[in-house]
Ligand binder design. Structure first.
Ligand SMILES: C[S@@+](CC[C@H](N)C(=O)[O-])C[C@H]1O[C@@H](n2cnc3c(N)ncnc32)[C@H](O)[C@@H]1O
Length: 261
């Protein structure tokens, strides 16, 4: 079974993406990685912010595997690790450095947004696990449009989000729709107003078709979006009634951009 032979990413890389335990990287039974999605959606996958291959590794173990997979990340060392350690087990899996600037992970990146290196109308699934939670508003708008561009009409974007309700923050201006927790590096964690996300999805030509509450109140929502077509119904984003708890990620180590290089 692949889980016995596929390498697991080193701890120093897991520290950059969040989960540290082996189970979070593993899929020993080969189950569908996103239980709520139809099986045909895994044909051609684009994984934006693939990190050290957590979702890729699970997809390699999934039966059936995707026919095509492209993992993109702005951290050079993690992309290199995926190329060297995961791609050899699944030749249809490719990983590419996406040279977007990020204070802590890619300070010399060439731009704040780049086109996805993917043809129009070619992906059945775009994955964004814990990546829009690190993007500024303009980046989010750009990558929602890019997801809409590359998806086939029956394709899906499954992505996680920190959401809040701006009605709880009466001092926020009409043009202010994000909350940040780190003055030095705003991309550390970004929460968006839930109405703003819905509106930006619509502007990009996407419809929210499924909204799953976070495991812990205020943590990551999973929103599934589909290209907007006549008659497709929007899903409501319910109230966050999840239990309270903590989900503090590991603190980022010094010189994180050098790890794996
Ligand atoms: C919290 S990690 C999640 C990694 C992976 N999706 C997972 O679930 O394990 C966020 C990742 O997104 C990457 N990232 C953030 N913004 C990005 C962007 N604009 N383009 C590509 N990668 C990005 C970071 O380098 C980091 O590896």
């Amino acid at each position: 079974m692949a889980s016995d032979t596929l390498p697991l990413p080193p701890r120093e890389m897991r520290m950059l993406v969040g989960p540290l335990e082996d189970d979070a990287y593993d899929n020993p039974r080969g189950n569908p990685v996103f239980a709520h999605l139809p099986p045909e959606v895994y044909e051609s996958v684009v994984d934006l912010g693939c990190g050290c291959g957590r979702v890729a590794r699970q997809l390699i173990q999934q039966r059936p595997q995707p026919q095509r997979y492209l993992g993109l990340d702005l951290h050079r060392g993690m992309v290199r690790w995926c190329e060297q350690n995961l791609a050899p087990s699944a030749p249809q899996f490719r990983f590419r450095h996406h040279d977007v600037r990020n204070v802590g992970l890619n300070p010399d990146g060439q731009a704040l947004t780049l086109p996805l290196p993917v043809e129009d109308d070619s992906a059945t699934l775009v994955v964004g696990v814990s990546v829009f939670t690190h993007m500024l508003p303009d980046q989010t708008i750009h990558y929602l449009h890019e997801a809409a561009r590359v998806l086939v009409p029956s394709g899906l974007l499954v992505a996680t989000w920190f959401l809040f309700d701006k009605l709880d923050f009466p001092y926020m201006q009409e043009f202010q729709n994000a909350l940040y927790i780190n003055l030095e590096d705003p991309s550390n964690a970004v929460s968006f107003d839930r109405t703003w996300v819905r509106g930006q999805a619509r502007n990009a030509g996407l419809t929210i078709v499924h909204a799953a509450r976070p495991a812990v109140r205020g943590f990551q929502w999973t929103l599934t979006m589909a290209p907007a077509v006549a008659g497709r119904r929007e899903a409501a984003i319910p109230t966050d009634s999840s239990r309270r708890g903590w989900r503090r990620p590991p603190l980022r180590p010094h010189r994180a951009e050098q790890i794996g290089i």
